[in-house]
Each structure stands twice: as structure tokens, then as C-alpha cells.
Write a protein of this length. Sequence first.
Length: 245
Amino acid sequence: MPHFTAKLLPLLHRSAHVTVLTGAGISAESGLPTFRGAGGLWRTYRAEDLATPEAFARNPQLVWGWYNYRREMVRSHRPNAGHYALAELHGLVGKLTLITQCVDGYHRQAGFEEVIELHGNILVSRCLQCGKEGETEVWRAGLPYCACGGMMRPGVVWFGESLPRAALQSAHHAAETCSIFFAIGTSAMVYPAAQLPHVAGMHGAYIVEINPEETALTALADELLQGPSGKVLPQLIHALTKVSS
Ligand code: OAD
């Protein structure tokens, strides 16, 4: 069980606004691989072959093959105790803004309805021609096409692309206005998401990291709750409900 400092629980209990940023580690205990570290996807695959607009233009079949494989994984696994604990935390603090770099949609599936998805959603496709999003595509020769005739692409953000502007603005606002900022299951290596804990820190927020490993963020964090989020988060909720009662 991680050690919660005497400061954290009362602070969380009376906090008017808590902001949480999650990364691939939150879904690790669901069985989805992370990107970096042992077993990470970028250990086996090259991002420049699969997750850039250039890669898609060069070989859309290859890119779609990889995304279909990952979609299948997302569909065949489920949210874990960490996702459910965050949905529960929502009801225990004044306001909770949840920002995720995950594309699996598991936070929503676990009951957290309003999630800022910085990197899109892997189960959504978008037409390259008319921009329409949805799952209405028709597959021809291994590629999905929109009703307008345009080719569909995965609805995720690739390396070299901008993040959705409204999502990034809301995320910045949440980092600037919260009193506690949690960074959970992220290596904090990919910008601009990795900037958010720094923004929160500059605006005076208390920074808490949940991760089994130390990361690029650990030196900045006020507390590292070291362990898997599927265990640490339920323990945090349990401890918090004791303070509240
Ligand atoms: P990473 O794969 O870079 O980092 C995953 C983090 O999760 C690491 O720090 C692990 O130590 C930690 N971790 C592993 N198991 C965990 C567990 N059970 N509980 C908590 N933490 C655990 O993933 P991200 O930081 O999300 O971008 O990567 C950022 C972006 O890089 C991704 O969104 C993706 C990737 O390329 C796009 O797809 C655009």
C-alpha cells in the first residue's frame, strides 16, 4: 500500500477542483500494452511506419492493419479498477476534470462521461475528404470508404499532427485552475500533454504522480504514489472516504 502523506487526503477532501491526466499505464492492467518501457508497442513497432500522416499516405493498408489489430484488442478487453476508481472519485470531490492521452475510450466505458481526449479515439474513423466522423464506412479492398467516396483514416492524433484545439484549450484551462493535479500512468515524454503538469505546478497546484516507475515528471511531483494505478486508485478512494466520513 503506498504511503499517502498527511497533506494529500485533507487537501483532496476540500479541493474545489482536481485535474487528472492519464496515459497508457492506466489501461495496462486491462491488458493493453503501453508504448514505452517493457512490452511497450514502440519496442516492437516503429512509430514512423505506423503513426504518422506520411506513413498513412505511403501505405494505408499497413496502417489500417495495425489500427484494426489494436481496435480488436480494445474491444476484447475491459476497463480496470483504476478506471472505475476515477469515475468514483468524480462523485467525491468538488469538480474533477479528466484529461486522457489514451485512445481506448475506457474512462467513458467505466462511467466517466465527460473526458477530454487529447489524442482522439481509436474506435472512431474520420473521412479524409469531407471530415465526417463515424463508423459508417464501407470496406473495399482492405480500406474503409465514406459514403462521399473519400477514404477514412483512424480518428487518432499521429506524430507530427496538432492536437484538437478545443480539447487542448480545455486541458490547459483545467491545469491552470486546479488545486491538485494527478499524472497517472504516463511517461510524460510526449508533448504537449507532458506540459500540463508543469502548467499546473506553475499555477500552484499540488502535483501527485501515480506510476510503478519514476518518470520525467517525478522530480517535479510533490508526491509519487508508487504502484499500479489499478491498485493505488482504489486504495486512495478507500482512504478518502474514511476522511470524508
Ligand atoms: P507511455 O507508454 O509512454 O508510458 C506509460 C507509463 O505507464 C510508463 O511511465 C509506465 O511506467 C506506466 N505504467 C505501466 N504500468 C502501469 C500501471 N499498471 N499503472 C500505472 N502506470 C503504469 O504512455 P503515454 O505516456 O500515454 O501517442 O504515452 C504518450 C503518448 O505516446 C501516447 O498517447 C501515444 C504514444 O505514442 C499517440 O498515440 C499520439
